[in-house]
Design a protein around this ligand. Structure first.
Ligand SMILES: NC(=O)c1ccc[n+]([C@@H]2O[C@H](COP(=O)([O-])OP(=O)(O)OC[C@H]3O[C@@H](n4cnc5c(N)ncnc54)[C@H](O)[C@@H]3O)[C@@H](O)[C@H]2O)c1
Length: 268
């Protein structure tokens, strides 16, 4: 017979995912994809949420901030710009007084053969996906360190340590960089109480990034078949749980990890 856990353990279990009084920022929430789901999940567990994305997405962002509840704010940012990311840090702290959790979901994908990819194309993808993640990590990692702790969650892909059937050399290379950036920031910030982890999703459909796959049902079916669960990731159901784990007190003893949210794709 399994004995009942001590009362202290039961009380702790109830607060593992409680984000009351915490301020969370989600960067890359403006196209309504995984970033929006992250913002809604964090708000649903008690956090006050700030959302950020490129300026043209500000109207959508404001709608997402409203859905996150009173006190939530929307901010324009371009993660490729050091100055813009610094201004975002200032704006979030000016609005909320603190920052406890940062999720960086900003990213772009380029489906193009390696020998048809220009230097400009390659550098643009790396600039958003990798330099952008580093700038966000640098800005908010330093702020969390000064405040005595925090949670930083980056987003790579199931292709962080492998590649897929579609030619995307800039995307694969940049996202592999995000996985090792995660470990690197975790190593530098661990003693200061800041955990740094990243989520590695397989194909979540539909989002703005994956919507074009509608034109290729055969490929969508292949992606679903490639998973152990036999289906694509559902942005509205399958992302929030792992995100909450990495953003909450539940993951206090996890850092430097790449957590696959891939229906078993990487386990074959
Ligand atoms: N959907 C998937 O199947 C999938 C799979 C693996 C990884 N990912 C990753 O998850 C993240 C979210 O993707 P998504 O599917 O929700 O797509 P999405 O297009 O909805 O989200 C990406 C967001 O990044 C923003 N962005 C792009 N460039 C930016 C910049 N310079 N500054 C600020 N914001 C910028 C976009 O405006 C958009 O809102 C991305 O990093 C993506 O690489 C997605």
């Amino acid at each position: 017979m399994v004995s009942a856990p001590p009362a202290g353990a039961r009380a702790q279990a109830k607060t593992l995912f409680d984000l009351t009084d915490q301020v969370a920022l989600v960067v890359g929430a403006g196209a309504g994809g995984l970033g929006e789901q992250a913002a809604l999940a964090l708000a649903g567990h008690g956090a006050t949420v700030a959302v950020a994305d490129l300026e043209p997405n500000l109207a959508t962002l404001q709608g997402i901030a409203s859905s996150c509840g009173p006190g939530s704010t929307a901010h324009a940012v371009d993660v490729t710009s050091e100055q813009s990311v610094r201004a975002l840090g200032d704006a979030v702290v000016a609005s909320h007084g603190r920052i406890d959790i940062v999720v960086n979901a900003a990213g772009v994908m380029l489906r193009r053969a390696f020998d048809e990819t220009s230097v400009e194309d390659f550098e643009r993808v790396v600039r958003v996906n990798l330099t952008g993640a580093w700038l966000v990590g640098r800005e908010f990692g330093a702020r969390m360190r000064a405040a005595g702790g925090g949670r930083l969650v980056l987003v790579t892909t199931v292709y962080a340590e492998r590649v897929g059937p579609v030619p995307e050399s800039a995307y694969y290379a940049s996202k592999a960089g995000v996985a090792n950036l995660t470990r690197s920031l975790a190593a530098e910030l661990g003693r200061d109480g800041v955990t740094v982890n990243c989520l590695a999703p397989a194909v979540f459909y539909p989002t703005a990034m994956t919507a074009p796959l509608a034109g290729d049902p055969g490929q969508l079916a292949w992606f679903a078949e490639r998973t152990m669960l036999g289906r694509l990731g559902d942005p509205t159901r399958d992302f929030a749980g792992p995100l909450l784990l990495l953003a909450s007190p539940a993951s206090a003893y996890m850092t430097g990890q790449v957590v696959y949210v891939d229906g078993g794709w990487s386990a074959w």
